[in-house]
Design a protein around this ligand. Structure first.
Ligand code: ADP
Length: 248
């Protein structure tokens, strides 16, 4: 993974976005998340300000416990912020009811998790097709075929997750995430459960989805080699984004 080629440096991405007056697809303003358990409080996010523009592949990197997963959950609407704002495609998640947030998440966000989170009783085909149904616009066979081909899954669709390798399961999870054309894909340590070869394959695919389909992606990772696949890297420490510049 060390020879990951860069696409273009962050400064160029941001300059281009600003020149074209693009609105960020995702923006956080002074974002806080405090976990409370009895008298104990843990501030996992401490005033995060960040922006992601359409077409970017942003990696968020930092050591274990710095708040990466919390950030992904809050920006994806899976968890409620304690303070501050999250604007997703112009919608403020922090002022929404749980039901409205769930609806928005279904329409705008594709998730990829470290442990794949596929439904074990369904084959690959139905795991992916179900995502299209849940999205609410019905089944689109053309989009399904494009995605399955792109991810090299055409020959594996009748297999259940237990009959697929880890790399194949993550490719099904990627297909499920993008089949409904989400505004943004949020990936939580997507290679955390994979060997080196499968990790490279999944990261190459993420990069291809970004380049070929223009898919906006935010990926969190503690691994610098994985982070380098993004075209911009944000560094987190102790609940804050400490550096938004690229590392390569
Ligand atoms: P990372 O993904 O970078 O490992 P996390 O977002 O998982 O970091 O955790 C950030 C901090 O918040 C850590 O101190 C962690 O122990 C704490 N934390 C995470 N989830 C919870 C929770 N549900 N309840 C209490 N504390 C939590």
């Amino acid at each position: 993974m060390a020879n990951a080629t860069r696409i273009f440096p962050s400064s160029e991405v941001l300059t281009l976005a600003r020149e074209r007056a693009l609105e960020p697809i995702l923006k956080t303003e002074n974002l806080w998340k405090v976990y409370r358990s009895g008298k104990l409080e843990v501030a996992a996010l401490r005033g995060v300000n960040m922006e992601v523009f359409p077409g970017e592949f942003v990696s968020i990197m930092g050591p274990s416990g710095c708040g990466k997963s919390t950030m992904l959950h809050v920006i994806g609407g899976l968890a409620q912020a304690t303070r501050g704002r999250v604007l997703l495609d112009g919608n403020d998640l922090t002022t929404m009811t749980d039901a409205a947030r769930t609806l928005l998440r279904r329409h705008k966000v594709g998730f990829v998790f470290q442990k794949f989170n596929l439904l074990p009783t369904l084959d690959a085909y139905h795991n992916i097709a179900l995502a299209q149904h849940i999205h609410g616009n019905g089944f689109d066979p053309h989009r399904f075929e494009v995605v399955a081909n792109l991810l090299g899954l055409s020959g594996r669709l009748t297999h259940k997750p237990s009959e697929l390798s880890g790399g194949e399961q993550q490719r099904v999870a990627l297909a499920r995430a993008i089949v409904s054309e989400p505004k943004i894909v949020l990936a939580d340590e997507p290679t955390g459960n994979l060997d080196t070869k499968s990790s490279e394959a999944v990261l190459d695919l993420l990069r291809q989805l970004n380049k070929d389909l223009g898919q906006t992606i935010v990926m969190i990772t503690h691994n610098p080699d994985a982070a380098a696949y993004g075209n911009r890297v944000l560094h987190m420490r102790d609940g804050q984004v400490v550096d938004g510049s690229t590392v390569h």
